[in-house]
Design a protein around this ligand. Sequence first.
Ligand SMILES: [Zn+2]
Length: 400
Amino acid sequence: MDKNSENKTYTAEDKKKALMYLEKFVREDDSAKYVIDPKNVLCRTKDDAVKVSCIKLNELDEKEIFAHMQNLGFYCALSQDPNQFGIEYINKMSINKDTAILHTAFLKLIDKILEQVPPNSNFQNWDVYSGMAGLSLLFMKVHECDPGVMFGPKSALTIADEYIDNALSSHMKLHNTPSEAGLPGFIEHECGFLSTAVGLYSVAAHVKHHTGDQESSHRYLNLIQSHFSKSALSIKTPSELLHGRAGRQENGNWPHTLFEPNNNLVQFCHGATGICFLACKAYEVFKEKEYLDLAEEIADYIYLHGKTRKGVGLCHGISGNAYPFLSVYKLTEDHKYLRYALEYANICAQWEEKVEQGEFSHSDKPWSVYEGIGGAIWLISDLIYWDQEIFKGFPGLTDV
Ligand SMILES: [Zn+2]
């Protein structure tokens, strides 16, 4: 949004009147859809997207109109018209009907995972990054978004529990170290979450807590805590965010590897995306505007350069590159970033077609959360169940 827009010359009283005018217009038909046109025009539309009535609100900017529409119980969603990409404002009461595109993709992608790697399969990968612990965490997230959602006869929580049990026994078999307590006795000496037993046990503690098995939950927590101090000192500790030490490069990106000049990657694991989360966190902690400005600048850069062809995973795919938009949106409430996230989610929703057309390269772990469609489901569920107050940011960073 243009920060120097003309609305600065209007008084608070003018704005208040304009908000009342907006409310009166919307209340005339609050089951209709609304769109914001350029130059602060708000239009009511019919089902076929024909504009039936419009008002001009010079006194307000797009952000203020958006905020007030939210106050009035409206939600923004992708336009249903594939030829006319845009945001529509719809009453929260009809959210399920009107986010149909993303909702359909959400269910289709989940079916794909359950068909390809069902919770009782002999899928060897047990970790969060590429395996069943990640899928368990994904279904946990779906359960937290909507505890009533069912996939066939099973709830998302039941599926999460089945995945983590399979992940735990797969890990135990691979390391061949069953202990008397029935727990794997082996834990790697590193504290990273994504690819180690720490992540596996964290997810297990989280899921068991929700299923009501508090005894197991505490056992897994104790396992982590009893190894964590040793782990934290490991030289193998991942340092994704520390790639930022090398500083920003002339093209606006960060180098993908420390002390190497290449900087052509824009993704969570290398380049600008991870740095954006760091800038958001720095702003939350230090409250200094320069960090927020940097986060916005990086998100704008990612929007232009982040449409990677490496698929829809979180690590180096489209879904991961949409999270900076949501993180910045949560801090700024600038509607532009929500629009960016919806646009990227829409690309994720076309995963199957894009794979068939060769637009996405082959992923080694196509069903996983970090390299596969699990990441797309995560992003889409954050959007279709969007709640700014409880949004937890990039999966796996601060949510477990
Ligand atoms: Zn990656």
